[in-house]
Design a protein around this ligand. Structure first.
Ligand code: SAM
Length: 241
């Protein structure tokens, strides 16, 4: 098995991220199941359970991609309205087709846009979710401040993201698994680079406590996090006070 040295990720990662998700859109859901052994479904469900969506709420799902979070929110709260926003049209198209097939398209607006400059009014959404998206954003500080801007007072911010395992021995096993991911990417999605990017972007992402500080610095209150699967993934939360 090839062991590539860490790939370079440019400061403006938008073109790379667009290319990655253009390439993987059609195989994205299958790859998620393979790479996480299906566990991503549990992490996402835990996020929506924590969100506790209510009828009549407008929920912004940033980096909405193929719509997993929107779909789960509407299963739990069919009378919510979702705005699924993503920088990548190909990912949103898969999500929109899924919504049409499931009869949910009248509850979800699909918007092309970036997390750093949301095309929404101040204080316009009841909750902001971002799952496996913040790691891909070029300007995280701007994205977090946009999250605060669009949330109504009392609105929840929730970020689900790959994070860092705290136990050194478990981390060794996880790093070995991570090294195999680009190979799976090459076999299944026919794109090794996309999955090298995934592994490297996780490695560079701030640790749980550092991300919590960034969220607080953006002006959100009652910030905290909970780990899933020993910290492979963490759910960070906060509230617009
Ligand atoms: N949230 C979905 C999920 O959990 O299955 C999709 C996650 S996917 C790993 C990351 C998504 O983030 C991609 O669809 C990508 O296009 C989107 N993305 C990356 N950078 C973005 C940005 N700056 N603004 C909005 N979306 C972005």
């Amino acid at each position: 098995m090839n062991q590539a040295s860490p790939m370079e990720i440019p400061a403006n990662r938008d073109p790379l991220v667009r290319r990655v998700f253009d390439s993987v859109a059609a195989n994205y859901d299958l790859m998620n199941d393979i790479m996480s052994l299906g566990v991503h479904r549990l992490w996402k469900q835990a996020m929506v359970t924590y969100l506790l969506p209510q009828a009549g709420q407008t929920i912004l799902d940033v980096a909405g991609g193929t719509g997993d979070i929107s779909y789960r929110i509407l299963q739990q709260s069919p009378d919510s309205r979702i705005i699924s926003l993503d920088i990548n049209q190909a990912m949103l198209t898969v999500g929109r087709d899924r919504a049409i097939d499931s009869g949910l398209d009248d509850r979800i607006d699909h918007l092309v846009g970036t997390a750093e400059s949301l095309p929404l009014n101040d204080s316009s959404v009841h909750a902001y979710t971002i799952a496996f998206g913040l790691r891909n954003v070029s300007q995280r500080t701007k994205a977090l401040s946009e999250a605060r801007r669009v949330l109504k007072p009392g609105g929840k911010f929730i970020c689900l993201e790959f994070n860092h395992i705290e136990s050194a021995s478990l981390d060794t096993v996880y790093q070995q698994w991570s090294r195999m991911i680009p190979q799976f990417g090459e076999w299944i999605a026919k794109d090794r680079l996309a999955y090298e990017y995934l592994v490297e972007s996780i490695r560079r992402f701030p640790k749980q406590s550092e991300l919590a500080s960034e969220i607080e610095a953006a002006g959100l209150g009652r910030v905290g996090w909970r780990n899933y699967s020993f910290g492979i993934v963490a759910l960070h939360y906060g509230v617009r006070l």
